[in-house]
Design a protein around this ligand. Structure first.
Ligand SMILES: C[S@@+](CC[C@H](N)C(=O)[O-])C[C@H]1O[C@@H](n2cnc3c(N)ncnc32)[C@H](O)[C@@H]1O
Length: 252
């Protein structure tokens, strides 16, 4: 199934499309020192969860970059309903096509979407170019929580290529950023997020018995569920790093 159609189906019950509770967005705002007047850029902004939550508390100038028209429309509708639409602009299209005003943002976030701009390392560079000196760069992604035994099979190439926390920390520091906070997701949060997809897929399949792509979607979900329960739940972690340019902390 076309990913642009697949994700709105499996994420239909989710507002925040990542394995963390909505309250984590308040932790992130605190860690970034978000306040009135700040300019915030969110890459792969989904349904606008981060921007809407921050805009409800602060008079920010928020921009979201979102590829999927369904999510972009959803973000705008939710922002309208919540009375924060005047603070949020969602730009539809590939994030990499957006040319940010050089070093113009106080916070640049990318939660669960570094792949959208070439992966973790490229995302750091792209986001830094948009960030003002002393601003906060927030990046959320998967990491290798526990190494696989040599010869393990059935692992997706993207999972096999994941790096551990130490390696990602080195990458962040090499980019000239200092980590000021890290929020790792618990196994319960990972379970809740994974299960939301399975539940939504089952409900959608029940509602669409004759859909031509029903069997393919169910097979895809079954394969994802199998990999999750077999090894990803144990070996793959998920977390959000809050970093600041020019704020490298003493190492060692
Ligand atoms: C895992 S979701 C995270 C959404 C949001 N950050 C959140 O935490 O709720 C990844 C998002 O990135 C978007 N995306 C994927 N490729 C993209 C691209 N090339 N440019 C912009 N957004 C993209 C997806 O449509 C999806 O909304």
């Amino acid at each position: 199934m076309d990913p642009l159609a697949f994700y709105p189906i499996v994420a239909r019950d989710l507002d925040l499309q990542n394995p963390m509770p909505a309250s984590r967005l308040d932790d992130l705002a605190r860690a970034c020192g978000v306040r009135d007047g700040m300019r915030v850029l969110d890459v792969g902004s989904g349904k606008g969860s981060l921007l809407r939550r921050w805009a409800a508390r602060f008079d920010i100038v928020a921009t979201g970059l979102e590829l999927n028209p369904r999510f972009a429309a959803d973000a705008r509708e939710r922002a309208e309903r919540e009375g924060v639409a005047q603070r949020i602009t969602v730009i539809e299209g590939p994030a990499a096509d957006f040319v940010p005003a050089g070093h113009g943002y106080d916070v640049v976030a990318c939660i669960g979407a570094p792949f959208a701009i070439g992966g973790f390392d490229d995302a750091l560079a792209w986001m830094q170019a948009a960030l003002r000196t002393g601003g906060s760069l927030v990046i959320g992604d998967r990491y290798l929580a526990e190494p696989f035994a040599p010869g393990s099979t059935g692992i997706e190439p993207e999972v096999a290529a994941l790096r551990d926390l130490g390696s990602l920390h080195e990458t962040i520091e090499r980019a000239g950023l200092g980590v000021t906070a890290f929020f790792g997701s618990s196994t319960q949060e990972l379970d809740r997020y994974a299960s939301a997809w399975w539940t939504a897929a089952a409900a959608w399949a029940a509602e669409h018995p004759d859909h031509p792509e029903r069997a393919a979607l169910l097979a895809d979900i079954a394969a994802k569920r199998g990999r999750y329960l077999d090894h990803e739940r144990r070996h793959v972690g998920w977390g959000v790093w809050v970093t600041r340019s020019g704020a490298a902390l003493p190492s060692g």
